[in-house]
Design a protein around this ligand. Structure first.
Ligand code: PBG
Length: 325
């Protein structure tokens, strides 16, 4: 058989395959989400996220040193707030001595080079488990935005490098940018969860922080998964309002959105390989139905190939280990 072109030539061995690989992962791609708990020497495995833990701050600081030693450059922090600190204003969120603020200081103090990103949303502090303030059964926008601005400023004051609003209220990026400017935090960035969908795949995360909504769902603020064009609208508005990095979330069922967003903006795009995506691989691997290591690398490569410049993932350490093997 005569063939003018034989595409398999470039696939014939692993060396040539690496030479022509279009997408390669590096430790610089990853953001490591961390769950922080009150107490000392507390390490709790999250039932629906086997192998992932909620740690007290002392253990977290050691963990961050280890991450840095592995070549990882950034962490995204979430705290579990005590029930007695939760209310409908979310005011614990901007307590200068709150667990989040203490954590930012301790981490920056111990590992100054690590880029500290912080989750900005009221759900861990809300007695209703919603990302905003509730009035007459509704999540009110403008008052929530005021709270998010206070929260962001308190994170900046504690030393956060980047605040990451994950709440999907309207106008919050512009308001946070203005708040940071007015308070002279001109070196603090904003990573906006700009296209965040109302997803069932957040389930395990809500177990981790005990932050499931007490009534209803999050569909009046997070996006409808039927929509694609809306993701571009949301993202372009956030860029306009001052986001430094935009994010698509979840990642795996939304690779098309990651690509569209990547093509639409000229700032870095991140994607969040979320808790449910982690849980699916862990569960299938435990059953012996998937090779976990291969599934991790294939998944993360696909998210990067789709257009993500940065990937928040619970698999960051595994990926670095696998990449250096
Ligand atoms: C809270 C928040 C959520 C996640 C990140 N920030 C959950 C939610 O919106 O209910 C999900 C992360 C994950 O599932 O890994 N605003």
């Amino acid at each position: 058989m005569f063939l003018q072109r034989r595409n398999r030539i470039l696939r014939k061995g692993s060396a040539i395959r690496s030479l022509v690989a279009e997408t390669t992962l590096t430790p610089n791609d990853f953001i490591v989400p961390l769950f922080i708990d009150e107490g000392i020497n507390v390490k709790t495995e999250i039932a629906s996220m086997p192998g992932y833990y909620r740690n007290s701050l002392d253990i977290t600081v050691k963990e961050v040193r280890e991450l840095r030693g592995m070549g990882l450059k950034s962490v995204l922090i979430f705290v579990k707030s005590k029930d007695e600190l939760k209310d409908n204003t979310g005011k614990e969120a901007w307590n200068p001595d709150g667990l989040m603020q203490k954590s930012i200081k301790a981490i920056k103090n111990a590992v100054p080079e690590i880029v500290v990103m912080t989750d900005v949303a009221l759900d861990p502090y809300s007695s209703y488990g919603h990302d905003g303030i509730v009035k007459d059964g509704e999540i009110v926008n403008d008052e929530t935005v005021e709270a998010l601005v206070k929260m962001s400023i308190s994170h900046a004051m504690a030393g956060a490098d980047i605040v990451a609003p994950s709440d999907m209220m309207d106008g919050r990026i512009g308001a946070i940018r203005k708040g940071l400017e007015e308070n002279n935090f001109t070196r603090v960035g904003i990573m906006s969860y700009s296209a965040k969908y109302a997803s069932c795949f957040y389930g395990p995360f809500r177990d981790a922080l005990d932050s499931a909504p007490g009534f209803g769902d999050k569909k009046t603020y997070q996006m409808d998964y039927s929509n694609r064009i809306e993701a571009i609208k949301e993202t372009l508005m956030d860029v306009e309002e001052g986001a430094d990095i935009v994010m698509v979330k979840p990642a795996l069922a939304y690779l098309d959105i990651i690509r569209e967003v990547k093509n639409a903006v000229n700032i870095p795009v991140s994607a969040y390989n979320i808790s449910g995506e982690y849980a699916m691989i862990k569960a299938a691997a435990k059953m012996g139905w998937l090779n976990e290591d291969k599934a991790i690398l294939e998944t993360l490569t696909a998210i990067k190939r789709a257009g993500a410049d940065l990937i928040a993932t619970y698999f960051a350490k595994d990926a670095v280990r696998l990449l250096s093997a």
